[in-house]
Structure formats: structure tokens, C-alpha cells
Write a protein that binds this ligand. Sequence first.
Ligand SMILES: Cc1cc2nc3c(=O)[nH]c(=O)nc-3n(C[C@H](O)[C@H](O)[C@H](O)COP(=O)(O)OP(=O)(O)OC[C@H]3O[C@@H](n4cnc5c(N)ncnc54)[C@H](O)[C@@H]3O)c2cc1C
Length: 471
Amino acid sequence: MTAAHTAASNVNINLEALFGPHVSSGTLIASASDANFSSVVGPRWSSWQPPQYFGAIKPANEADLQAIIKIAKAHNVSFHATTSGHGTNMQYGKIKNALNINLGNFKSVSIDTANNRLTIGGATSFGDVFGPLWAAGKEVQTGNSVCVGMVGATIGGGIGSMQGLHGLMVDALESVRMVTASGEVVTASETENPDLFWAVRGAGANFGIITSATYRVFDQTANGSAILAEFVYPAAANRSVWELLQSYDNNLPRPLALFPEVGYNRTTNEPMVLYVAIYFGTLEEAQPHFDKARALGPVSTTIVNTTAPGVYTMLSQGVCDNGNYQNEYTVGLQHTDVATMEDVFADMVAFYEANPEYNGKVIYQRYSNEVALQTPVAKTAYPWRDIKTYLLFENIYTNPALDDAVTSFSEKIRDKIQATSGYPNRRVYLNYDHGDEGPAAWWGADHLRKLRALKAKWDPDNLFGKGAPMN
Ligand SMILES: Cc1cc2nc3c(=O)[nH]c(=O)nc-3n(C[C@H](O)[C@H](O)[C@H](O)COP(=O)(O)OP(=O)(O)OC[C@H]3O[C@@H](n4cnc5c(N)ncnc54)[C@H](O)[C@@H]3O)c2cc1C
């Protein structure tokens, strides 16, 4: 094997001969043609535009991972590391003939209750931490779905229902241990390699592989009590739901998270608006907000008095199933434009009716950014702290023949929502991106300049970050 190996010749590499002698016996190695390949390669959530791997390697420990990076670099083997495979954008589909590094063995949870610290392995999912945190009487801001990688989400910013209480996930991050492009292990924190730590908090996948991460955690809010309410409305109510969302534009309470959603019931053949509200606190505290939703005349109402982990379990139902043909579009909104949302609802209804196999959704995710804004924008690579509503436009269908129609429809919807978003240029939450927006939309021009300089320092050969290229 020589350093002159090009990506195009990877398929002929004998992976066992190249890596086997340098890694521990617990490391699994498979070529794509091997019978055990599916048990070595990392799982993937969506079957839309998947990466193509010629082989996979699942390191048993950090030293193995270091050896893998060094050998891959020396032999010009292109690689992509994954945990639970929830990254879904068109950039992943451009990964061809690469080696998958499956981080599945980096799962661990350790809580230092006295010092309010949580340390997790780089592949630990949200669902892995909820039980232990609950048992310790603690909580931390996370995303909403149990299946998603906690580190994977954090390094793009990290938004979710507890954002109003505690800020973005990057705001809870205290330090990471990571294998960099040189194959060395470094710690990044406010005091050690602070430039790298800045980059990790918003663009982490471009700078190395994180083997463990430490977060600051909090005592449970309201002893862990949380309420989930779900209201279903007929099409005629859609304007009033958007008006309700708008009424919170300048005063969303910190414990409240809102998810109004456009959907279509394929059983009754009717469009609908789903309005999910989560409140971290007591039912009594949440009730005035639920009363506002009830006053709009839902056809069905469900209110569940539960715990924070209970809320996440409910939010994950169906959403966490692997293998759907699914992709996303997103833009950040500075305010709620009722007329645009009404217009989008009508467009969606027309598209559902013209395409009976299409089951996409438009979800407006609304979290208080009061705490997130207490951290200056310059403090982390994540740039879009003042976004009020994150549009998550999920395309769900099974027939690739619909691809072109879905793409042109989605681009139209995205442009329409962007036009009245309150921002002159697209602000894109990296973790929800479609992949065609470009680095300035993901990080903003100022942060991008700084990120590119740091990239030249920490990853000059561009080994990492295939899901969100900076150049
Ligand atoms: C069902 C679903 C629900 C979601 N909910 C939320 C949510 O509530 N809030 C939110 O903010 N986001 C959410 N997301 C988006 C999610 O944060 C991103 O897709 C994220 O990139 C997923 O990380 P992963 O590790 O699970 O996926 P992967 O595909 O395994 O990884 C995604 C990217 O992160 C990199 N990466 C992962 N782990 C590491 C590591 N240890 N070190 C270095 N790089 C790493 C990978 O190389 C890859 O580029 C959701 C996505 C899905 C599909």
C-alpha cells in the first residue's frame, strides 16, 4: 500500500492486512462484500442519498481509533465516522468509496452528581442519558428524539425542548476529548485548546472525532414533572393556530416548547394541523397555555402528565424508526408570518392531494432563546442564537420517482418562508440542513472566516467534515 492510493482504488484495499496488525482484537473490520459487513458498518436512519462505503471498521477503543486515523491518512483512504447515522443531507450522498468508521463502541454515561457533570462517550444517544440523569435527579438540554447521537447533535449547535430552560447544547458543553487529523488525542475546553473548543461548538464534525464529552447538568426542573399536550385541528383552523404561535413571538415562557405542524391524514384523506405543546413544570402552570389551544376548537385533545424522559419517549415514537426515505429542508425564522404560513398550508394540501404517496410534514419548532442569547454570538462557532422558530420541513415518501417533484416543491416552500423570515439571508441550522445551502448559511460569513483558518490549522488535509464542507 502506498500513499499514492487514490480514493478510486480503495475498493481493492485489503482492510484486514492494512489495519488488522495495528488495532486490538476487539476491533471489527469488514469489506462491503463480506457477509458480516452490515454488522460492522454504522446504522443509518434515512435511506435517502446514503454514503457509499467500500468497507467499515469499528474500533474497540480510543487507541484503535488513533491508529485507524493515522493509517487511513498515510494511505490516502477517505473515511467518514458515524454513530447512529441520523445525519441526513445531500452531502452524505456525495461520499463515495469511503471507509466507514463506526463509533458504536464509544457509548458510556458517567454522572458526577456533586459537581453537576455528565461525561459521555462519543456515540452515546440522548436515550442513553435520560435514565441515569433521572436517577441522579438531574437534567440537561438535549434534542427531542431518543435515538440521536448526543455528541453528533451538540457539535452542530443542539436545539430541543429544554433550550428555553438551559440554552443550546453547546452552552452545556464543558470539554471534549478528541482524535485530531494528526491522530493525536487532545482535550478542548475553555482553557485547553480554546480555539478548537470554539470550533467544536457548532462545526465539530469538521475538526476530528470526539471520543468523550463532558457537560454541565442541572437539578431537575419542577422535580422532573413535564406535560405533553397534543391538539389536532381541521384545515379551517390553520390560520388561528399560526396566530397563536405569533402571539408568543416576544414572550414564550422558558419552560414551554411548541411544535405546530402541517400534516395529512391518509386514512380520512384530510389535511390537518397538529399542535404539540410541552411544558416542564406542573399541569397547573401549563394550563393557561393549553386553554389558548383548546379555545381554537381542536377535533381531538390529549394531555399527558408525565416526566421529562416520558416526554422524549413520546416525541420519539415513529420518528426514530430507521430506514425511511426521508430528507429535510430548513430555515430559521425571526418572527411568525401568519399569511405565509397560511399560504404554505394551502401549498402543502395541494401537494398532498396531487401525490398520494407523499407523507411529508412542515413543523415549526419554537423554543425560547432567552438563555441562549445570554451567551454572546462570538463565543461559539454556532452563529444563529436569535432564531425564534426552526422550520423543519420533512419529506417522507418511498418512491424515488417523486424525487424531482419533491425537490422543486421543497425549494419553492423554503424560498417562500425565507422571504418573510425576517432575515435578509438564509440562516440554516446545520443539523437540519438539506446540504445545498452552503457554508455561509450554516455558519455566517464572520464565523466562516475564522473556521476556515482553524481548519487549516487542525485539519489541513480536510479529513473530516464531509457532511458540511467548508470550502
Ligand atoms: C429523528 C431525528 C431527530 C432529530 N432531533 C434533533 C433535535 O431534537 N435537536 C437537534 O439539535 N438535532 C436533531 N436532529 C439532527 C441531529 O442533531 C443531526 O442529524 C446530527 O448530526 C446527528 O448526529 P448522529 O451522531 O446521530 O448522526 P451521524 O450520522 O452518525 O453523525 C452525523 C455527523 O456528526 C458527526 N459525528 C457524530 N458523532 C461524532 C463524534 N463523536 N465526533 C465527531 N463527529 C461526530 C459525523 O461524522 C457526521 O458528520 C435529529 C435528527 C433526526 C434524524
